[in-house]
Write a protein that binds this ligand. Structure first.
Ligand code: NAG
Ligand code: NAG
Length: 303
C-alpha cells in the first residue's frame, strides 16, 4: 500500500532523501524512500501517542478544577453547619443589631444549587475571578455582597454582606382622587380622577386594588368631610378569606380624615376603601381627596 504524503511533506521528504542519499551509501533511491516512509509512520505513531497523553493530562486538569470547586462547596457547607449549631445555642431574642449581624453571617454562608448565584462561592464556581460588588439571590430579595476573590473561600472576609438591593420585577404605584360629592354609604369608594396608575392594579370603577406580587405595600387616604361627620375604612382581603378592617378614619364637618398603612401582601390580595358615614367632600372639583399606594419592597424570590 503506497501512503499519500501531503505536497509540502513530499518536498521536504525529497530534500531529506537527497541529504540521506549523500549519507546512506549503498542504498538505492527506492530503498531510501521506503526507509523514509517507515520513519514517517513511526513518527506519526509517536505523535498520536503524545496527543493522547496530552488529552488525558487536559482531562486531569479539568477534573482537578471540579474537585477544587467541590471542596469549596464542602468547606462552605461545614461552615454553614457550624454557624447553624452556634445559632441554635443563641438565646431566642436578639437585639436588632445582633439580628442583622447574624443574618448577614447566614447570608455569607448561603450557597446555592440553582443557576442564580447565592454567594461569592457560587460566583467563584461560575468563573468570576475579579473581586468586586455583586448581586446575589437572597431568600426573598436580591442582595449585594463584596467578594474578595484574592482570599480563600473559607476566609471570613471572602464575602462581605453589603445590604438588600431594592429590585422590583416591575414598578407599582397609584394616585386616585374623587371629583364631586360622594354620599353612597356602605359602598366601596370609586375614583374618577386618576393621576397615576402604574401597573393598572387599582380599578378606578370598583375602587379595588389587587396586589400584582408579594411584598410590602404602602397605602394612604386623606379626605375632607362635607357638612356632617364622615367615616371611611381601609379594608384588606387575603386570599379567599372575608374582607377585614385595617384602619378607620373619622372627620368632623369640613375637617380632614386620614389613614395610612404599610402591609405585607401576597399576590392577589386586595385593598379597598369603604365609605361608612357622611359625605366625602369635593363639591367644586377642588381635589380634596387622595388615595395613594405603592409597592415598597418586592419579594422577588420564593413567593
Ligand atoms: C458573624 O461573623 C463574624 C466574623 O465574620 C463573627 O465575629 C461573629 O461572631 C459572627 N456572628 C454570629 C452571630 O455568628
Ligand atoms: C383638580 O385637578 C384637575 C385635574 O388635574 C384640574 O383640572 C383641576 O383644575 C383641579 N382643581 C382645582 C380646583 O385646582
Amino acid at each position: 500500500m503506497i501512503r499519500r504524503f501531503p505536497v509540502v511533506l513530499q518536498l521536504s521528504l525529497l530534500v531529506v532523501a537527497w541529504i540521506n542519499s549523500q549519507v546512506i551509501a549503498g542504498l538505492t533511491v527506492d530503498e531510501q524512500l521506503e526507509q523514509l516512509r517507515i520513519n514517517y509512520i513511526k513518527m506519526e505513531q509517536i505523535l498520536a501517542a503524545k496527543d493522547s497523553r496530552l488529552k488525558s493530562l487536559e482531562l486531569k486538569v479539568q477534573h482537578q478544577g471540579i474537585l477544587e470547586a467541590q471542596m469549596i462547596r464542602l468547606e462552605t457547607e461545614v461552615n454553614q453547619m457550624k454557624a447553624q449549631a452556634i445559632r441554635a445555642q443563641e438565646p431566642r431574642l436578639l437585639t436588632a443589631q445582633q439580628q442583622s449581624r447574624s443574618n448577614s453571617n447566614a447570608t455569607s454562608l448561603r450557597q446555592g444549587t440553582t443557576q442564580l448565584p447565592k454567594s461569592c462561592v457560587d460566583l467563584k464556581i461560575m468563573g468570576h475571578t475579579l473581586s468586586g460588588m455583586f448581586l446575589i439571590k437572597g431568600v426573598k430579595t436580591v442582595e449585594t455582597v463584596f467578594c474578595d476573590f484574592t482570599l480563600a473561600a473559607t476566609d471570613p472576609n471572602f464575602q462581605t454582606w453589603i445590604g438588600y438591593a431594592d429590585i422590583k420585577s416591575s414598578p407599582d404605584s397609584f394616585h386616585a382622587q374623587r371629583v364631586g360629592l360622594y354620599d353612597a354609604v356602605n359602598t366601596v369608594v370609586p375614583y374618577n380622577l386618576i393621576r397615576l396608575n402604574i401597573g393598572n392594579d387599582l380599578n378606578p370603577l370598583t375602587g379595588v386594588f389587587v396586589a400584582p406580587k408579594a411584598g410590602r405595600y404602602y397605602f394612604a387616604f386623606t379626605g375632607l368631610g362635607w357638612a356632617t361627620y364622615v367615616k371611611v375604612q381601609l379594608q384588606m382581603k387575603v386570599g379567599s378569606a372575608d374582607w377585614i378592617k385595617i384602619g378607620e378614619a373619622h372627620g368632623a364637618a369640613w375637617n380632614t380624615m386620614a389613614l395610612q398603612s404599610t402591609l405585607q401582601l401576597a399576590k392577589g390580595d386586595q385593598i379597598r376603601l369603604v365609605h361608612l358615614l357622611g359625605v366625602i367632600h369635593d363639591a367644586d372639583g377642588n381635589n380634596f381627596s387622595d388615595f395613594v399606594g405603592f409597592l415598597l419592597e418586592e419579594d422577588v424570590f420564593g413567593c
